[in-house]
Write a protein that binds this ligand. Structure first.
Ligand code: TTP
Ligand code: MG
Length: 344
């Protein structure tokens, strides 16, 4: 039978740090900035017992747990670990969609999804030392809800028969499509649980949520038609930056191309795609745009490759004028195949 699984790493950045420094295990630890004014990015499960969570200011976390160990964020390392984990996961998937650095949906044909999930969890832990939680269901919303159910190192299956028990008790903020602001709005009018929402009719939901109302009406009834989608249907991926002060220094322009390439790589990895066409855009002080593109023999997705191609294009088009904006865009996108990943 066809199942959708949502795989989400447990305390991801913190788990990565525990691999590098096993002494951190079983001690309350958080990843984030180190000064009191900075923010916790994530905390291991020991630290969560003290009430520490993502987005909490460091001073507050230290108040809650004076022994808290803080580790500075190191994105490139987490990205490498993410590739390790998800290149294993995707081998089992008929369809694979990575949605962020630590989570992916897969579609699989299975006889026994619970056994499969248990084996996958063990394999990932043994080979990468990252604990993952797995949610199994027949659509994306329920699979994601399920992966969060028994964290950490949890597995949960939500079948069609379970929906009637699970959904009504769910706080509205857990419904896909209902964000923090909408939750506050609903709470203000006395709506806390999905059961409260289920009493409303569709027209009322459409008034509350606008275009999203129709989708939310489906989701609270256990219906979510979004497919697991490896390319997410994007025609191009681009980022640009406007300078606070116009510049004609090539080194500054290159520095920005570097930053933009890094950001694009993160997105390419998240979406599991590659690109064959690289374009750069420059806007000069008189708001004149210049673009230059190049289509490559082989698709790329790594920051270094994107950067090298962007610098070549910059050298062709930049004549020393003052620039106010620079950008890179990648197009001719395709899903990255497994062979390429396994060489990383
Ligand atoms: P999450 O999966 O939301 O959190 P988590 O993996 O740390 O913990 P859980 O076991 O509950 O899944 O996010 C994945 C990583 O993304 C997380 O380790 C750090 C990062 N992150 C941020 O940078 N900012 C944030 O606000 C959140 C929530 C996470
Ligand atoms: Mg996670």
């Amino acid at each position: 039978m066809k199942y959708i699984l949502h795989i989400d790493c447990d305390a991801f950045y913190a788990s990565c740090e525990e691999i590098r420094n096993p002494k951190l295990k079983k001690k309350p630890m958080a990843v984030g900035g180190l000064t009191n004014k900075s923010i916790i990015t994530t905390a291991n499960y020991e630290a969560r017992k003290f009430g520490i969570h993502s987005a909490m200011p460091v001073f507050m976390a230290r108040d809650l747990c004076p022994n808290l160990i803080l580790v500075k964020v190191n994105h490139p390392y987490y990205k490498d670990k993410s590739i390790e984990v998800f290149s294993l996961v995707r081998q089992y998937a008929r369809v694979f969609e990575q949605v962020s650095i630590d989570e992916a949906y897969i579609e699989v044909d299975l006889e026994n999804p619970l056994d499969f999930a248990k084996n996958l969890q063990e394999e990932i832990l043994t080979k990468t030392h990252i604990p993952i939680s797995i949610g199994i269901s027949y659509n994306k919303f329920l699979a994601k809800l399920a992966s969060d159910w028994n964290k950490p190192y949890g597995i949960k299956y939500i079948g069609k028969d379970d929906v009637g028990d699970i959904l009504p008790n769910l706080p509205v903020g857990k419904v896909h499509g209902i964000g923090r602001r909408a939750t506050e709005k609903l709470n203000r009018i006395g709506i806390y649980k999905v059961a409260d929402l289920l009493k409303l009719d569709k027209i009322f939901l459409e008034e509350l949520f606008g275009k999203g109302g129709d989708y939310i009406y489906g989701v609270i009834g256990g219906i979510d038609e979004r497919p697991v989608n490896p390319t997410r249907d994007r025609k191009s991926i681009g980022k640009e930056r406007t300078f606070s002060k116009n510049t004609n220094e090539v080194e500054i322009l290159k520095k920005y191309l570097r930053k933009i390439s890094d950001l694009i790589e993160i997105e390419m990895i998240k979406k599991d795609i590659q690109a064959k066409t690289v374009s750069i855009k420059l806007k000069d002080e008189n708001f004149r745009n210049q673009t230059r593109s190049l289509t490559l023999q082989e698709p790329i997705y790594l920051a270094n490759d994107i950067y090298d191609e962007a610098v070549n294009l910059l050298n062709e088009v930049f004549k020393g004028e003052y620039i106010r904006l620079i950008g890179i865009s990648l197009s001719s996108l395709s899903a990255r195949d497994m062979n390429q990943l396994s060489f990383l």
